[in-house]
Design a protein around this ligand. Structure first.
Ligand SMILES: Nc1nc2c(ncn2[C@@H]2O[C@H](COP(=O)(O)OP(=O)(O)OP(=O)(O)O)[C@@H](O)[C@H]2O)c(=O)[nH]1
Ligand SMILES: [Mg+2]
Length: 305
């Protein structure tokens, strides 16, 4: 008995998320070999889609070699890690996701933007290490213009700076970002906090977080700070009394109708309101209209005509 085609499509998407190049090709080929061989109907459509993905992946692999700076957006938001060389950006990327990346105790270990997906409270967020922003980057020194171009596409920035280094190196990077007229929501983190003999205060006016890849609690705080930076909210639909494990990520200010629309476009028009629990509810099980504004963490049972 083959897997229902809808389930197969879900499984396929899950297995491909975050994969590029040869890993993606291998995953697609494995999926194709598992697909029942019908020549018509939904399985044939899936086969066509997978074969198309195979071609697109191979084309991308070639393009990537020529113009390695493009980063394909994935996940609910794209957050750039920016900072001086050797600040520990790659180490953070590695600690927050399952990619393998070179880290090293010297400058310019990473030469190209590197994306990685991290899961925050059930939502995938894409992190991108932006390497090598040196003085004069906005005038294209060190290929800076293309790197800044990648940064321009991001939704927000995490400035990374080693806690035991003087702030001058970070200032260089910040000046280049400002000179390129890139102005996005950002936070500052002080990395390698485990190397500090005693905790120093953050510069006034900055939201600043001390992080060490050796300290899981600090990484959890960083995840939450990154989530706040996305400006998104996580909302859990509830069906037949059971809460979905995977939340939907919606823009700040989203309503019950917006959630219904995302769950299924059919539902958007049909939703009359919802029964909600969570911080936007005055009490558990409150009945609200379709225009009710949701908050992060709400559990929502959509009611419809
Ligand atoms: N003690 C300690 N060392 C760290 C931490 N994070 C990174 N490092 C070390 O700092 C060095 C630089 O780390 P990377 O992650 O390569 O830094 P990067 O910012 O990606 O550097 P470039 O790609 O060269 O710009 C490596 O030797 C890491 O092992 C940390 O939290 N604690
Ligand atoms: Mg690096």
């Amino acid at each position: 008995m083959p897997m229902p085609h809808r389930t197969f499509a879900e499984v396929a998407k899950r297995r491909l998320v975050g994969k590029e190049g040869s890993a993606r090709v291998a995953a697609i080929q494995a999926l194709l070999s598992e697909l029942p061989g019908y020549r018509n109907g939904p399985y044939a459509d899936l086969r066509k889609w997978l074969e198309g993905e195979l071609d697109r992946t191979r084309v991308r692999a070639k393009v990537v070699r020529r113009d390695s700076l493009q980063v394909r957006r994935e996940g609910a938001a794209q957050i750039a890690l920016v900072g001086p060389p050797n600040a520990g950006k790659s180490s953070l990327l590695q600690a927050l996701s399952d990619i393998q990346i070179r880290t090293g105790d010297y400058a310019f270990t990473t030469l190209r933007p590197v994306p990685a997906l991290t899961r925050i409270g059930g939502v995938l967020v894409q992190l991108v290490e932006i390497p090598g922003l040196i003085e004069g980057a906005h005038e294209d020194r060190g290929g800076g213009r293309a790197l800044l171009g990648v940064l321009r596409n991001a939704d927000a920035i995490v400035f990374c700076h080693a806690a035991n280094e003087p702030p001058a190196a970070l200032e260089v990077v910040r000046r280049e970002v400002a000179a390129a007229a890139i102005d996005k929501p950002s936070i500052l983190i002080r990395t390698k906090a485990d190397e500090l003999e005693e905790r120093v205060d953050a510069p006034a006016g900055d939201e600043c977080l001390f992080v060490s890849v050796l300290d899981d609690a600090s990484l959890d705080r960083l995840r939450e700070a990154i989530w706040r930076l996305t400006g998104l909210i996580r909302v859990f639909p509830e069906r037949a009394g059971a809460r979905d494990d995977e939340p939907f990520a919606l823009p700040f200010g989203a309503t019950v109708a917006d959630l219904a629309d995302r769950v299924h476009h059919d539902l958007g028009a049909r939703a009359t309101g919802a029964r909600i629990r969570g911080s936007s509810a005055r009490f558990d099980g409150q009945l609200v209209g379709r225009g009710h504004v949701l908050r992060d963490g709400d559990v929502v049972e959509i009611l419809m005509r």
